[in-house]
Design a protein around this ligand. Structure first.
Ligand SMILES: CC(C)(COP(=O)(O)OP(=O)(O)OC[C@H]1O[C@@H](n2cnc3c(N)ncnc32)[C@H](O)[C@@H]1OP(=O)(O)O)[C@@H](O)C(=O)NCCC(=O)NCCS
Length: 350
């Protein structure tokens, strides 16, 4: 049975399922009780958002699963159609019981999403949750990326070699060159999930990264943007945000890496490991004890840069997308050489 928690509660019963998520937070060194309290607080925030929903699946009068759907307002503005994300999807029990809960929850979420006019859904899943992966696949979601989550502790940073470049907070004059770098760094040779999704036009995806960088510099998406500079010019950057809500709920001072890159002609000189260390040190100055950043599994240069700076892998995720719109193919275009498509529907053609 599906229960609309946002409408009818019972909120306290969700703890029967939310304890599951505490396993995935062990790596952040939050106590299970505080991690569950954080998730519950997050769910309450989600439920209060317009057009969001929080659903539970009950089996034999016990809570068996929980799911939350919320609109992705910022992405919707960039792509100019309504998009949403499944921010929590959890189920307890055996593989078969979990499948049952996930199927029921996903069917309900999709009905709600369609009724709300959403045309695109995203869902990130811990790679250990096989039942969730299989449920998303059978519900028509497509795999867009697999990422490794790296963790940094100030005490584990590798030594910094003698500096050959300056690393400093961004300045107003950096905005134009940094935006130019951001526009192509994540969509060309190295592609993220937005760039892999054939339903998301490439030009808007480039705009998304340019805007992400600008919002980070404005302080909306980041607390700091550190810039690597050589010969008076910015040659790379990294954005970084302190997870204030997580700290309030758990007492763990965690922060998250956002966008980071180095100009293609400057790569291979160990600039990025220096930037990573500088950002972790900046966080340390603010009291941050643990930093995290996700890297696409096939982005080998980035894996090397993370490892070289002293990071270790703490978790692994898959991200799935589902296109709910009509009149466009439900599957990516097939049989067309990369970068050239004939029907004008794939992002690589834009
Ligand atoms: C990932 C990235 C930031 C690394 O920056 P960097 O300053 O080149 O980092 P490093 O110098 O430590 O190089 C990292 C690895 O890439 C290799 N490499 C990649 N491009 C290279 C190039 N053009 N010349 C030489 N080496 C290169 C290096 O050999 C190194 O591996 P190694 O340590 O085994 O020798 C950069 O490649 C980049 O901006 N990529 C595109 C955007 C991106 O992927 N951002 C991260 C998103 S999560």
């Amino acid at each position: 049975m599906i229960i609309d928690i946002a409408q009818n509660g019972p909120w306290d019963k969700l703890k029967e399922v939310l304890w599951l998520s505490t396993h995935s937070m062990e790596k952040y060194e939050a106590s299970p009780a505080k991690a569950a309290a954080f998730q519950l607080a997050q769910l309450r925030v989600t439920a209060a958002k317009p057009a969001a929903c929080v659903m539970a699946h009950a089996r034999n009068e016990q809570m068996a699963g929980v799911a939350a759907l919320e609109p992705s307002d910022w992405e919707s503005k960039i792509y100019r159609f309504l998009m949403g994300k499944i921010s929590i999807l959890l189920a307890v029990g055996t593989y078969t019981e979990q499948l049952h809960s996930y199927h029921a929850l996903l069917a309900e979420l999709e009905t709600r999403a369609r009724a709300g006019g959403l045309r695109h859904l995203a869902c990130r899943v811990d790679t250990r949750d096989t039942a969730q992966v299989h449920s998303l696949e059978s519900a028509g979601f497509l795999l867009m990326d697999t990422t490794l989550e790296y963790l940094w502790k100030p005490g584990l940073l590798t030594p910094e070699p003698p500096p050959k470049w300056i690393i400093r907070p961004h300045q107003a004059e950096d905005l134009a060159p940094l935006t130019k770098i951001a526009r192509t760094a994540f969509t060309d040779r190295m592609k993220t999930r937005y760039a892999e999704d054939s339903h998301l036009p490439l030009e808007q995806t480039r705009e998304l990264y340019a805007e992400w960088l600008l919002e980070s510099c404005r302080g909306t998406f980041a607390h700091v943007v550190l810039v690597a500079e050589a010969a008076g010019k910015p040659i790379g950057f990294q954005t970084y945000k302190i997870d204030e809500e997580f700290f309030k709920a758990t007492g763990v001072a965690l922060a998250t890496f956002g966008l980071g890159t180095v100009l293609s002609e400057q790569r291979g000189q160990r600039i990025f490991p220096s930037l990573l260390r500088a950002v972790v040190r900046w966080g340390e100055g603010q009291g941050v004890t643990l930093s995290r950043g996700r890297v696409v599994v096939h982005n080998l240069p980035m894996q090397r840069a993370c490892q070289r700076s002293g990071a270790y892998v703490g978790a692994t995720f898959h991200t799935f997308h589902k296109w709910l719109g009509s009149g466009r193919p439900a599957l990516p275009c097939r049989g067309v050489p990369s970068g050239k498509v004939s029907n004008g529907q794939c992002h690589s053609d834009v």
